[in-house]
Design a binder for this molecule. Structure first.
Ligand code: GUN
Length: 281
């Protein structure tokens, strides 16, 4: 039976570290980190995420603002708000919750956020810095996965890492971060022969949003398995992209769903806000 990687506990540790840092910044530099979150429309999942982000920011002593805009807002109004926040010295981090309504060009909005305040790490400048192996703000979820691997004492250098999923939010940046840590990296997508590729993985990260896609029998005995998926099954149960029951028989360590990667995303957003506030990338 695999060791469970407890994301809730690691996230609590990250938040505790951030809190110490906030107190130090307040005392020594009279600096209070500020996070502005923009939510557009009434996507129910976005509402839950944004509430969680705001609560975490407040608990850590950040200044935090939520801007909730109607789904019918004009793109130019949204861009003007982003520019106003770019120019506000009290705001160190700006996050535009995705998805945005269809009439809004999300890429344009992301590119309008100042790269120094882009705590999501989605701006093309930050994506470019990551691909060049240079310091920059990193996307929170893959950044959190790297911390989980570290906490699980998982050696990365020289290992075969397989990332299933090629999104700009998780899969691609995850592969680049693992590459930077000297893993030999494969990225899989819908045209890949998954059982064959997964069988090669010493470290497997799955972020596709398909419930229980990855079968335990495909997994190399002793692999470390990180499941980024959070899917609601037809029976109402929250499950990952990996079949946990069978995978935990083969893996040496595995993240549960819920309580694995999920709590890390917000914790790393808080860390990114500190990095943005101190210019510390
Ligand atoms: N929607 C789903 N995940 C994310 C995320 O990490 N950041 C933002 N801004 N929106 C999201």
């Amino acid at each position: 039976m695999a060791q469970l990687i407890d994301g809730k506990a690691v996230a609590a540790r990250v938040r505790a570290e951030v809190k110490v840092e906030v107190e130090r910044l307040k005392a020594q530099r009279e600096l209070t980190p500020g996070l502005a979150v923009i939510r557009v429309g009434e996507d129910p999942a976005s509402k839950i995420y944004v509430t969680g982000k705001k609560k975490a920011a407040e608990e850590l002593g950040f200044n935090s603002w939520e801007h909730h805009l109607e789904a019918s807002i004009f793109q130019d109004e949204l861009l003007a708000l982003v520019q106003k926040l770019n120019a506000d010295p009290a705001v160190h981090g700006i996050l535009v919750q995705l998805p945005l309504p269809r009439h809004i060009d999300a890429e344009r909005v992301i590119a309008t956020v100042s790269p120094e305040k882009d705590v999501d790490g989605f701006h093309p400048i930050n994506a470019g810095l990551l691909s060049l192996g240079k310091p920059g703000l990193r996307p929170c979820t893959p950044f959190g996965v790297m911390r989980l691997l570290e906490e699980a004492k998982c050696e990365i250098a020289g290992k075969r890492a397989v990332v299933v999923g090629r999104s700009n939010i998780v899969g691609k940046p995850q592969a680049l971060m693992l590459l930077q840590a000297d893993a030999t990296v494969t990225i899989c997508h819908r045209k890949s022969d998954l059982p064959r590729e997964v069988a090669m993985a010493d470290i497997l990260v799955v972020a596709v949003g398909v419930p229980e896609l990855i079968q335990g029998e495909w997994i190399k005995p002793g692999a470390v398995v990180i499941d980024v998926g959070q899917n609601r099954r037809a029976d109402g149960k929250l499950v990952g992209d990996v079949d946990f029951q069978s995978a935990s028989q083969r893996a040496s360590a595995i993240t549960p769903v819920p309580g694995g990667v999920g709590p890390m995303t917000i914790a790393m957003l808080m860390r990114n806000t500190i990095i943005a506030a101190t210019g510390g990338v």
